[in-house]
Design a protein around this ligand. Sequence first.
Ligand code: PEP
Ligand code: MN
Length: 338
Amino acid sequence: MIVVVKANAPEKEIEKLMEILKQKGMEINYSKGVDHIIMGLIGDTRSIDVDSIASIDIVDKVLRVQEPYKKANRTFHPEDSVIDVNGRKVGGKNFSVIAGPCSIESEEQILEVAKSVKESGATFLRGGAFKPRTSPYSFQGMGLDGLELLKLARKETGLPIVSELMSTEFLQAFVDDVDIIQVGARNMQNFAMLRELGMCDKPILLKRGMSATIEEWLMSAEYIMKEGNDNVILCERGIRTFETFTRNTLDLSAIPAIKKKSHLPIIVDPSHSTGMWWMVESMAKAAVAAGADGVMIEVHNSPETALCDGAQSLKPDKFRELMVTLNKYAELEGKVIG
Ligand code: PEP
Ligand code: MN
């Protein structure tokens, strides 16, 4: 339930209203806008008499929220959320470009890719240290040694780092070492992990599960936010459909859908959604046009010998060209890569 309070309401009256609501067992999500104050009520709102709350002088209106997600709901928070990552912003007028290899493979590899994407204008560096592989016989990532190399690449380039957490066993290391913790598609509904991520204040990049509906995805964001961490960035990475030509089907319509239903920033991963490097440019451009707040792109200095996802990785020179194009597209959308 949402209680919309008039912006000019006296502080004392606001406090009185909040006290009434708290006494009814409600948790209040308070957000002050230019024209209104919005109180998002979380809890069992059945005991609340809408008419009696609406009749209070300072109350403009009372609305019931149909959706099961509350904190992630735009009705609770009409303005776009902008996530602060150590001073770098994701969302709003900023267009973020997260680039780097699927997996960290060696010091030489990660440093070379990191320097090249930085030179081309990427705003974050990605690299998997723990890899969720379909086959247990495939390369599983370098683990914590990989994370050390990613930190070295951050030191050399100044780019904040993004890496995927696969088990809460390493949560503290990720909280200490990375700038954005990625939750992969396969863990989107690992509720125990989401809950723990909600208890830290790190920005979380929450990828959409490959068979998850938009509502299920937002409910996963809600798990994190419920515990107090509002720093959630969504990432559309393609979903399973009957089509087998591409690795997944990029659901571009998820971008306006998320923008309508939620205030959280959303970025697009054209690499995992297509599985083919030559489709990445088209889908990245489409993502900007559809209103995304950023893209995440796999880049490798030697895709032919990559230990993971070489076929969908751009070479550094192709990435440089793509950045020139994305700068123009972002400008058309009134955004700046930064
Ligand atoms: C990744 O980004 O490295 C990854 C494994 O992606 P996803 O979870 O979307 O499959
Ligand atoms: Mn990958």
